[in-house]
Design a binder for this molecule. Structure first.
Ligand code: PLP
Length: 388
């Protein structure tokens, strides 16, 4: 069972009762993090018990927020393959290259993990209608989980969003509104719905539980490596939920006695057309500045200002990691190479990891025999227009 105890602000440390709906910290407006009774969780969440459980995200239920198993929506999310990709590794000159194939999640991206847990928990806590501003995979994932549990869902997308994203949401039963404007304008429309109709918004890191869903990538990865840590994790960073989530997972795993103090070096990769975290990392700042005129084919990386910027930067620095920007053309080149050597059709975000790996090796930041795990975060199917 869940051992959730409280919510804690990632910035000011204020704590809150987790048993009703929360968004950001009421005191300072920053993200809230879920905290658990890890001593109690450690009694049942062991290497041996995990070996007996079915694959998927809910096998980590002690460290997930849902209290009643009847509220845990299961569309088959998580439990994705971790593949040692030797032919791709040969191209890179790094034999210990791995990919975590998140394209196999429901709705074709790892957004399913976050929305699975956020929607399950929102339903448990009595949310009656859900909403999201999104130009990409998050909207499809929310629509799927809302449909599965029977909650009305409202999606606001910029009018120039490629058709597959809006068609998916509509077909999954969501009310889709195309907004003449940017994602920030979509956010304003959602805010209006929240105020006027009492919708619950599931924007990333503006509610506590998408992070919890995405942290399961960290648990899963280490277990799949036979309880070893990789040397390096490369993560395509937009809002940074997965990177912050995995860093949180490793701390929890150490407290649970599943691993020791060893940690991977965490790498954020962004597009040269939108790289606020990369700029802040190399400037030595604790917060990122808003990126002007953000433009990239990788819609998941088009996040000019991330509310969890300080959490991303903290994880990169504590891990001895780094941040790097790559051009969109290199993402597309690596999407082709990844596809032809592994059989995975990746969106540009995931392919960005390989462009980063190539550059970091050339810079001498990576050594040829480092064990590197790349997150292939989404399928290329909804992005087919990029190849046309
Ligand atoms: C949303 C998204 C990302 C970025 O994820 P964050 O956790 O928000 O940084 C990367 N890749 C794909 C395919 C996405 O949809």
């Amino acid at each position: 069972m869940s051992t959730l105890t409280h919510l804690e602000c990632g910035a000011c440390g204020a704590t809150y009762d987790p048993n009703h709906l929360h968004t950001v910290c009421p005191a300072c407006g920053k993200p809230l993090l879920a905290r658990y009774d890890l001593a109690r969780a450690a009694q049942t969440l062991t290497r041996a018990s995990l070996a007996q459980r079915p694959p998927g995200l809910w096998r980590y239920r002690e460290v997930l927020p849902v209290q009643d198993p009847a509220n845990a929506i299961d569309l088959g999310e998580g439990g994705t393959p971790l593949r040692h990709v030797s032919r791709l590794g040969e191209l890179l000159g790094m034999p210990n290259t791995y990919v975590k194939d998140e394209t196999l999640n429901p709705t074709g991206s790892f957004k399913a993990r976050g929305l699975c847990v956020a929607v399950s928990r929102a339903y448990e806590l009595g949310a009656r209608e859900l909403a999201i501003p999104s130009a990409g995979n998050a909207a499809g994932a929310m629509s799927a989980y809302a449909a599965a549990v029977g909650l009305p869902a409202h999606v606001y997308m910029p009018a120039d969003t490629p058709a597959p994203f809006s068609v998916e949401c509509r077909t999954l039963g969501a009310n889709v509104t195309l907004v003449d404007g940017l994602i920030t304008d979509c956010g304003a429309r959602v805010k209006q719905g929240v105020e006027e109709h009492g919708w619950f918004a599931v924007s990333t890191l503006k509610e506590p539980y998408r992070l919890e869903g995405k942290k399961t990538m960290g648990y899963e990865l280490v277990e799949q490596l036979g309880w070893r840590m990789p040397d390096v994790i490369i993560y395509p960073t937009g809002g940074g939920t997965g990177l912050v989530g995995m860093w949180k997972a490793f701390a929890e795993m150490e407290a649970l006695g599943l691993i020791g103090p060893e940690r991977p070096r965490m790498v954020s990769v962004q597009s040269e057309g939108c790289a606020p975290i990369v700029a802040a990392f190399h400037a030595g700042s604790e917060h990122a500045e808003m990126w002007q005129d953000a433009a990239t084919v990788a819609s998941g990386l088009r996040v000019p200002a991330a509310i969890g910027d300080f959490l991303i930067l903290r994880a990169l620095r504590e891990s001895g990691g780094t941040a790097i920007a790559v051009p969109d053309g290199e993402m597309m080149r690596w999407a082709d190479l990844l596809g032809a050597t592994t059989g995975i059709f990746s969106s540009p975000e995931g392919a960005a990891c390989l462009a980063a790996q190539e550059r970091l090796l050339a810079q001498g930041w990576l050594q040829p025999d480092d064990l590197v795990v790349n997150f292939i975060t989404g399928s290329g199917l909804k992005y087919a227009h990029l190849w046309q």
